[in-house]
Design a protein around this ligand. Structure first.
Ligand code: G3P
Length: 218
């Protein structure tokens, strides 16, 4: 299972990268705005900064909602750096754009996915990744993790190459449950990644080891 960090914050990306277990980054327009990144030049530069920090895939989202606009933006993003994956929403023109990008060898992340039917269309169009938003489903009284399982099963059954990228992850149990469902990737806030480290018995055990060592090694 690959780990992506879901942020545009460079310090958090550096911290996750320093752990040595980071496989990539996902961003979206809201995450970019949260960092105060505005204007085309600044946005493109920010993606380049992220690519310098990590070795893996960096999802950069298009703003256009029409086919021509998505293609123009996506080609520009893809040309920016080989690590860039063009993030495209699951709307009618988005599917057309994903199909186009796929025919040109441009990798895509199909975003804002909330149903197995949307995931089917994304895979048929040739998306590299599909991003079901599990936290937002949970917020709406629907089991997001269950959707991950449905998509994984459907992709396995039909042997689609599209990777299931569990997004909108809020906490460590989301990561564990997505792993159990067979998600290819989990894109997580830094807090959820670091949360996986936590266990009181680890803290107690380590303290005991250090105490015992210090008794004989002053
Ligand atoms: O990057 C897309 C997704 O992970 C957004 O998460 O927390 O805004 O629902 P969230």
């Amino acid at each position: 299972m690959k780990f992506f960090i879901d942020t545009a914050n460079l310090d958090q990306i550096r911290e996750a990268q320093s752990l040595g277990v980071l496989d990539g980054v996902t961003t979206n327009p809201s995450l970019m705005a949260k960092e105060g990144i505005a204007g085309k030049k600044n946005i493109l530069n920010h993606y380049l900064e992220i690519c310098k920090i990590v070795d893996g895939d960096v999802s950069a989202e298009v703003i256009s909602t029409d086919f021509e606009g998505m293609v123009k933006e996506g080609e520009e993003l893809a040309a920016l750096h080989p690590q860039i994956v063009v993030k495209v929403p699951i709307i009618k023109d988005g599917i057309k754009a994903i199909k186009y990008f796929s025919s040109k060898g441009i990798r895509t992340n199909c975003t804002l996915v909330f149903s197995v039917g949307q995931a089917l269309l994304a895979a048929k169009a040739g998306a590299t990744y599909v991003s079901p938003f599990i936290g937002r489903l949970d917020d709406n009284s629907t089991d997001g993790v269950e959707l991950i399982g449905q998509i994984v099963d459907m992709y396995n059954y039909y042997e689609f190459d599209t990777q299931v990228l569990a997004a909108s992850i809020r906490h460590t149990m989301h990561i564990i449950k997505c792993m159990e469902m067979g998600a290819d990737v989990a894109t997580c806030p830094l807090s959820a990644i670091l949360g996986l480290l936590k266990h009181p018995l680890t803290d107690i055990g380590l303290q005991q080891f250090l105490n015992d060592y210090n008794k004989l090694n002053k």
